[in-house]
Structures are given as structure tokens and as C-alpha cells.
Ligand binder design. Structure first.
Ligand SMILES: Cc1ncc(COP(=O)(O)O)c(C=O)c1O
Length: 473
């Protein structure tokens, strides 16, 4: 039987050029980004490698923006998905299933043990949607709309999430639907927004934030009723899309003190850094502060299902204040996602991923610091926490962002012709940062030290190929 669909699509594998032509005609350009021309097409994935159609391996140092932290084709997690497909693959969320309840209980108990707080978990699909739910929760419990967020932060692309993401580019086409956040400078010490040096700044940025509440006439604070105009602060503990920017250890405790004094909720966006990316279950644990709401997604299912969710303190989410049907979606606590999520949480607790990610991350960081020492006219800054690492590509002065070289290195890695100790290989890097000059590394947790060495050798080959005139000190 011939249909319109199979007339246009050949029976066998289509040529790449044919696929690109179809993509040009039928795919929206708006739901992705094309950094390469022609774009890269991958065929399969295994461990921390992506393979193109010629079977060339590409070592992936970004693992789907940290969604696939536990490796492509992770046998344990894949098996759970396969078993769940045979057992209970679909179920409307109005009915209960065991995996949803157990996953919520596991996260609830974990947070009780970490923060001493009771709370509940609310599921959805996609990080941005979980951010939307958190905005509703904030509005519902405080009766107010206005929130703070960081400059350089990223919370997603739904209308509400874009309104608390500092980039105007993400809002320009669509106008304003929700209240735009008040954006506060993030402590990006390599490029301090106040031009200070960390050694003697005494957290000037925190003092500046505190000033917002100091006087009656130029303030977000009404001292007569002890009430803040802004009711929540949205924070990524480590800015992800912003370039894996790690704040100084003292920053969040100092900020939280002000938030507590002004009754402002701390909403911790762990969508990219949660599940041990930054060496702790939640990245915010590195800073010893207790969030009121935690939003998560991505690695919760190792990227096998778009399940996301939030955890909130009991006072904010108890059924008396946030009743049945307060906000939900068809796919929210879908059984495939919750089954994998539950296995992820079990697996990371059994296997001590805290020790593993901190040890391997420290090893990786030492290697890229050595690269920075050898190539100071290419790399301006390196840093890392757990297995979230950054390499900032700069001009010869080691400071001016070199966006162009960053892109060239990225594109060179995508050619697939690097030499991984005698084996032809590509390298998958992701570019982030305020100036699009930062390689944000989110390597697979399973990489061995030898594989980390190979990854660093591949990065060095990119430097040698793309900046041959800047190799000397
Ligand atoms: C910190 C953070 N928040 C929110 C989001 C949005 O999540 P999603 O792309 O799943 O909607 C992202 C995605 O990259 C993110 O990194």
C-alpha cells in the first residue's frame, strides 16, 4: 500500500543529504539550534560515545547537557525501562502506581535527612514546566508575583520560565506575559560584575543586594508591615548555561541570611546540576543552605524520559494550601519516567556517587588546569566542582573572551578526525557562557582516569589545530 508518507521516504536508510533536504523543508528551525552547516547527524550512542553513520566515535563531554550523566545505554536503567514497558507502560495520573509513590517518598526522605525538613514532590515533564509549577506554588503560598533571579541564569523557555531568565533574546519575539524577574548580578568572580577582586571584595555583591531593603524610599521593603515586594529568589547554585560559573563558598550562606530576614523563599533550580553533577546530590548542598523549593529534571531519568519535578517544604505544598488538581498534566507522573527515576535514586545512593564524582572531577580539573598552565594565551580560566567543569577560551591577554576561537574548536571536534591514541575520534563539546566562550564540561560519571586523559589530549589537539600561533607562553 502506498501512502503520501511512504512515497516520500525510501524503504532503506536515506542518504544524509536527503535527510538534510527534508529537514530544511519540514522541520521547524525554532525547536533547535544549528551551530554547524551542515548539521551533525548521529546514529547511535553507547557509554560516553556518540557514533555517526560511518561508525566514527565522538567522545561526549557534555552528555546531553548533563541529562545522560550515567551513560548512554546504561544497562541497569535501560532494563528498568524495558521491564516497565511490559508491566505498566501507560496510566492516567489520576490513578496511582507504586513507582510514583516510592520515588516521591525517596526524594522526600532524602531531603528530610539533608535539610531536616518535611516536604512533598510534585511531578511534571520537562524542566521548564517544573519551573512553571514552582512559580505557581510561590504565587499560591505568598499571594504575590514578583521574584528575583540572577543575571546570566537560565530557567527554560516557557513564557514564565523565560520571564525569570535574564536573556532578552529569549523574550523578544513574544512580548511579556508573566512578570519579568528583577535580575541580580551573579558572583562570577573571574569577570566580577562590580570590577572587584575576590581576595578583598568582602562579598561586595551581597552588600549591594542587601541595600535593596535598607531604606524606606528606595527599597523593595515596607518596614511598617515588614513585607517584601519580592517573595522568592530563583537560583542555579552553579550557573549552567551561563558557563558553569561556580560562586565562592561564602556567597549563598550570606545571601540566604538576607532572604530569611526578608521572608523571601529560595527556589533552587537543580535541573542541570542535580543528581551529583556538582559532587553532591543537590549542588546547593555544597553551600550548606536549605532551599524552600527544589526543581529538578534532566538526569532524574538519565534522559530516558522527560520526567521532571519539584520538592517543596510542607507548608508550601500541603494539600490544605495546594489542593488536588492545583496544576497537572497528562504525562506528569508517567510510569515509565517514575520507574527509571526511582532506579536512578536507588543506584546513586548504593554506589556512592558523591565520592566518585568528587574524585573523578578533581582529577579532570587538575588536567585542565595543567592545560591552562601550558596554553595561557588560549585558556583564561578553568574551574570545576564535582564533574561540572569549565574552560574559558580567551584572547592572548588571557581575559578578553574569544568566541570565534571557541566556535572553531567546537566545529573542529565535530569533524571526527582527531587521534585518540591511534583511534579516529571526534569530540563533543558544548559552548556556554555570557560571551559564548566557555566549554561547559559535563562528562559521563563512568569515565575512567585513562579516558579523562584521552579527553584532555583531544582538547589539546583542538588547541594545536585551531590556535597554532598561540601555543607558546
Ligand atoms: C538550570 C536549568 N533550568 C531549566 C532548564 C530548562 O529545562 P528544559 O530544557 O527541560 O525545559 C534548563 C535546561 O537546560 C536548565 O539548565
Amino acid at each position: 500500500m502506498s501512502t503520501v508518507i511512504d512515497e516520500s521516504i525510501s524503504a532503506g536508510i536515506m542518504k544524509e543529504s536527503e535527510l538534510f533536504a527534508l529537514e530544511q523543508k519540514y522541520c521547524s528551525a525554532g525547536d533547535t539550534v544549528h551551530y554547524l552547516d551542515p548539521p551533525k547527524l548521529f546514529d547511535r550512542a553507547e557509554g560516553h560515545y556518540l557514533y555517526d553513520r560511518k561508525n566514527t566515535p565522538y567522545l561526549d563531554l557534555q552528555m546531553w547537557y548533563s541529562a545522560a550523566s550515567f551513560g548512554y545505554g546504561n544497562q541497569r536503567l535501560n532494563q528498568v525501562l524495558k521491564d516497565q514497558i511490559d508491566k505498566l507502560p501507560q496510566l492516567a495520573c489520576q490513578y496511582l502506581h507504586e513507582e510514583k509513590i516510592e520515588l516521591a517518598a525517596a526524594i522526600g526522605r532524602l531531603n528530610k535527612s539533608k535539610f531536616g525538613l518535611d516536604g512533598r514532590v510534585h511531578f511534571n515533564v520537562g524542566g521548564s514546566q517544573a519551573i512553571e509549577d514552582s512559580l505557581k506554588l510561590v504565587r499560591n503560598s505568598t499571594g504575590k508575583n514578583l521574584v528575583f533571579a540572577f543575571m546570566g541564569g537560565y530557567h527554560g523557555r516557557t513564557l514564565g520560565a523565560s520571564a525569570i531568565t535574564s536573556s532578552y533574546r529569549y523574550r523578544r519575539r513574544y512580548g511579556h506575559f508573566s512578570d519579568r524577574a528583577h535580575f541580580v548580578p551573579f558572583p562570577y568572580c573571574f569577570r566580577c560584575p562590580y570590577g572587584k577582586k575576590r581576595e578583598d571584595c568582602n562579598l561586595y555583591c551581597v552588600d549591594q543586594f542587601a541595600k535593596n531593603f535598607e531604606t524606606e524610599y528606595n527599597s523593595f521593603w515596607d518596614a511598617k508591615v515588614s513585607e517584601s515586594e519580592f517573595v522568592a529568589f530563583y537560583a542555579e547554585p552553579i550557573q549552567a548555561t551561563g558557563g558553569y560559573v561556580i560562586p565562592p563558598a561564602e556567597y549563598f550562606p550570606a545571601l540566604k541570611k538576607i532572604l530569611d530576614e526578608r521572608n523571601i523563599l529560595l527556589v533552587d533550580d537543580e535541573i542541570q546540576m542535580g543528581f551529583y553533577r556538582a559532587g553532591k546530590f543537590w549542588a546547593m548542598e555544597n553551600f550548606n543552605v536549605e532551599p524552600d523549593i527544589i526543581v529538578f529534571g534532566k538526569a532524574l531519568t538519565n534522559g530516558l524520559n522527560p520526567l521532571s519535578g519539584l520538592w517543596a517544604r510542607e507548608e508550601l505544598i500541603a494539600p490544605e494550601v495546594f489542593p488536588p488538581g492545583a496544576t497537572h498534566s497528562t504525562f506528569s507522573s508517567n510510569p515509565l519516567g517514575t520507574a527509571i527515576g526511582l532506579e536512578v535514586v536507588r543506584m546513586i545512593e548504593e554506589d556512592n556517587y558523591g565520592e566518585l564524582t568528587r574524585r573523578k572531577g578533581a582529577y579532570f580539573l587538575a588536567q585542565i588546569r595543567e592545560l591552562q598552565r601550558r596554553y595561557p594565551r588560549v585558556i583564561g580560566d578553568t574551574n570545576g566542582i564535582g564533574m561540572a567543569l569549565r574552560i574559558e577560551i580567551c584572547r592572548e591577554d588571557g581575559y578578553e573572551p574569544d568566541r570565534e576561537l571557541t566556535h572553531r574548536m567546537f566545529a573542529e571536534g565535530m569533524k571526527g578526525d582527531l587521534d585518540a591514541r591511534g583511534r579516529r575520534s571526534g569530540l563533543v563539546l558544548d559552548i556556554g557562557g555570557y560571551y559564548k566562550n566557555v566549554f561547559t564540561l559535563a562528562p559521563c560519571f563512568d569515565m575512567t582516569e585513562e579516558e579523562i586523559d584521552i579527553a584532555v589530549e583531544l582538547i589539546e589537539q583542538l588547541i594545536v589545530r585551531c590556535a597554532p600561533d598561540r601555543l607558546s607562553h
